[in-house]
Write a protein that binds this ligand. Structure first.
Ligand code: C2E
Ligand code: CA
Ligand code: CA
Ligand code: CA
Length: 279
């Protein structure tokens, strides 16, 4: 009863996990928001650390609540996964990001990679590969400029499924990034077998790099691993020049973070890219 009282009318509270009524309410609210097109995508540029040129962007989901406040995806993605809505929502995300990619290409941004997050629930769905092909077909997006970000947790329980699915994605022609790499060591043992293109260093590891720690940071180990296995590495959550500087010296090729740009609405992206190109 206490929990219920504490969460009160705010069904987006941290206590939601134990408040079933709150979760059900939020599930309905999420579905309604999706149907009413209140879920949108924003795009965060990814840049080459040595040239500072843009190489692409990551598509990130936003839910604009009725009070005009944004509800964070960390909060509603688990709800979408539990309710199964993630299948429909995930397909919409990929299609929308592909449409955006096609539009950017039409405006002349042809060397631009679009990264899209994929939930493990989507990844395991029997129609996953069909969904990927359909998104390309419906939008005309070139597969080689679409990258799927998959978290390490996907790798945990079913390595065989992981390996075959990644093989199929490569046949379709899309790239694969392991998101939040290093937060679980599950895939490390068979990383060489996986058809992965990029490793994404989690923000937590970028946060803790300092010059003093050189030689021992997890970020540095991931960058080394990338060099050894011939994988591209991208650091996420880069917030200041000091971090960018250390990452550059460590040989990290790509980065993303508030230092370069915050995630932005699609209508702002072309202008930002043009401005950035000129500098
Ligand atoms: P993620 O994929 O690890 O995304 C990175 C998060 O870090 C994003 O939060 C981004 O806005 C934030 N970020 C970027 N640069 C900085 C920085 O310099 N400093 C700080 N403090 N934060 C930064 P966001 O957009 O709230 O997304 C949270 C998570 O939600 C994502 O983590 C991803 O796991 C999930 N997510 C977002 N969009 C989608 C989607 O379309 N599908 C799925 N399945 N998951 C999504
Ligand atoms: Ca991501
Ligand atoms: Ca990440
Ligand atoms: Ca993360």
């Amino acid at each position: 009863a206490k929990t219920r009282q504490r969460s009160g009318h705010c069904y987006f509270s941290r206590n939601m996990g134990v408040d079933i009524r709150g979760r059900v309410r939020m599930m309905h609210a999420l579905r309604t928001a999706f149907e009413q097109r209140k879920l949108t995508l924003v795009y965060q540029p990814q840049i080459n650390l040595s040239t500072r040129k843009v190489v692409g962007a990551e598509a990130l989901l936003r839910w604009c609540g009725d009070d005009g406040q944004f509800i964070r995806p960390d909060v509603f993605i688990p709800i979408a996964e539990n309710s199964g809505l993630i299948i429909e929502l995930g397909a919409w995300v990929l299609r929308t990001a592909c449409e955006q990619l096609v539009e950017l290409r039409a405006r002349g941004f042809v060397d631009f990679m679009m990264s899209v997050n994929v939930s493990q629930v989507q990844f395991r769905h029997p129609q996953f590969l069909t969904m990927l092909r359909l998104a390309l077909e419906q939008t005309g997006a070139p597969a080689e400029f679409v990258e799927l970000e998959i978290t390490e947790s996907v790798a945990m329980d079913d390595p065989a499924l992981l390996i075959t699915t990644l093989d199929q994605i490569k046949l379709i022609g899309m790239s694969i990034a392991i998101d939040d790499f290093g937060t679980g060591f599950s895939s490390l043992s068979y990383l060489q077998q996986l058809k992965v293109d990029r490793l994404k260093i989690d923000r937590a590891f970028v946060n803790e790099i300092t010059d003093a720690k050189r030689g021992s940071s997890i970020a540095e180990m991931i960058i080394q691993l990338g060099h050894n296995l011939d994988l591209t590495v991208i650091a996420e959550g880069v917030e200041d020049e000091r971090q960018a500087d250390i990452l550059t010296r460590l040989g990290c090729p790509l980065a993303q973070g508030y230092l370069f740009a915050r995630p932005m609405a699609p209508e702002l992206l072309p202008g930002w890219l043009q401005q950035h190109d000129r500098n």
